[in-house]
Design a protein around this ligand. Structure first.
Ligand code: AMP
Ligand code: MG
Length: 350
């Protein structure tokens, strides 16, 4: 029976956060915690997640508390087998199975009408549920040993997503029961989220490592406007995450569009002790006056490194960070989308 006592059973203060390893014994310990309704930090191939029993409203409410996440921002439910999708969804289009076969296990979340088994707490009050089959061995084993796992990114709400166990521990120490160290996340950005527009067309609501061109081999693809633009006034967000400021370090982030020469000219004129630049590995930094860090060269490297760099810039007490604008093609669309939100859409044309 679910607990519905008068006292607040979801209190998260003063928990001792166990730091678990990627061993069968520790994974079993984490699965036991999840079966008992607790929240565990879990490595996945995208970013670290905060996992709990997706079908238990009390367990799910602990995730929202730990993250300080708005209650209307839905959680993605992670599954181990396609049979679990059939239990979570009320209707599943044919195209869902086609895409599942091509991209699962992997970084693709598909939104479908939810069944009654999925509590409204998990779906943020929506009649739909986002489902994903992750590929990370630790996450897969945990689901196998427990239940479908609801897991948003394991950062405090609004902050950059965690891509290492240390990031999770820094954000969640004392707020969750445990975190498992599964190494650095392979992709470094959250999953691609799609909804079904028609029988043969999908809409990308959040870009990720499954790109537009990968999807377009199997379906028509619409890229939602809100990926590259601030949500239009008066428009209801098709995906609630679009509404919120996201991925932001404490530092002010500004994207700078233009060549490296114009980037250097612009940022040199903005010089300050606590002003930093975030440039590409293959940029020539010799003329830069401001301190700098780099975040890869290719789109895949940029995705892998972006969130870690934003956290490191906070550790250095950067007040302002000027970022070289990534290409918005391929996985770059995901990188650019996260940066736009971290920068609250402030783009400078230098
Ligand atoms: P996170 O768990 O932090 O990676 O965020 C998950 C994001 O997926 C949410 O912010 C939503 O934007 C999106 N999402 C999850 N479930 C749904 C759904 N049922 N409908 C629309 N968007 C969803
Ligand atoms: Mg998130």
């Amino acid at each position: 029976m679910r607990q519905t006592a008068m006292t607040d059973k979801t209190d998260i203060k003063g928990l001792t956060t166990l730091r678990l390893k990627n061993t069968p014994r520790d994974i079993e310990k984490a699965a036991e915690l999840i079966r008992r309704g607790q929240v565990v930090g879990i490595p996945t191939e995208t970013v670290y997640g905060l996992g709990a029993d997706a079908l238990d409203p009390l367990a799910v409410s602990r995730i929202f508390k730990a993250k300080n996440r708005p209650m209307d921002n839905p959680l993605i439910v992670h599954i181990y087998s396609l049979e679990q999708a059939d239990e979570l969804a009320r209707e599943i289009p044919e195209l869902f199975y086609t895409l599942a076969e091509k991209f699962w296990p992997g970084p693709l979340t598909m939104i479908v009408p939810k069944s009654d088994r999925v509590p409204l707490e998990t779906s943020g009050g929506l009649d739909t549920v986002g489902i994903r089959m992750p590929s990370h061995a630790v996450m897969r084993q945990l689901i196998k040993l427990s239940v479908p796992i609801a897991a948003p990114s394991a950062n405090r709400s609004g902050y950059p997503s965690p891509t290492t166990e240390q990031h999770v521990y820094d954000d969640m120490k004392g707020r969750i029961a445990a975190v498992i160290d599964g190494g650095e996340c392979r992709f470094g950005v959250e999953s691609t989220v799609i909804s079904f527009e028609s029988e043969d067309t999908v809409r990308i609501l959040r870009p990720g490592s499954v790109t537009r061109s990968m999807l377009s081999q199997y379906a028509g693809v619409i890229v939602d406007d809100a990926i590259l633009h601030d949500l239009e006034q008066g428009r209801t967000a098709p995906s609630p995450g679009m509404k919120y400021k996201h991925y932001s370090p404490r530092a002010e982030v500004r994207i700078v569009e233009g060549s490296m020469d114009s980037f250097i000219r612009y940022t040199n004129s903005m010089y300050g002790d606590d002003v930093y630049c975030l440039i590409f590995d293959d940029d020539d930094p010799r003329e830069l006056r401001c301190r700098y860090m780099t975040y890869g060269s290719t789109d895949v490297q940029q995705a892998h490194e972006l969130f870690a760099r934003l956290r490191e810039l906070d550790d250095k007490n950067a007040a302002t960070v000027y970022v070289r604008s990534p290409q918005s093609t391929g996985v770059g669309l995901a990188v650019y989308n996260r940066l736009l939100r971290a920068a609250a859409f402030q783009v400078i044309k230098a």
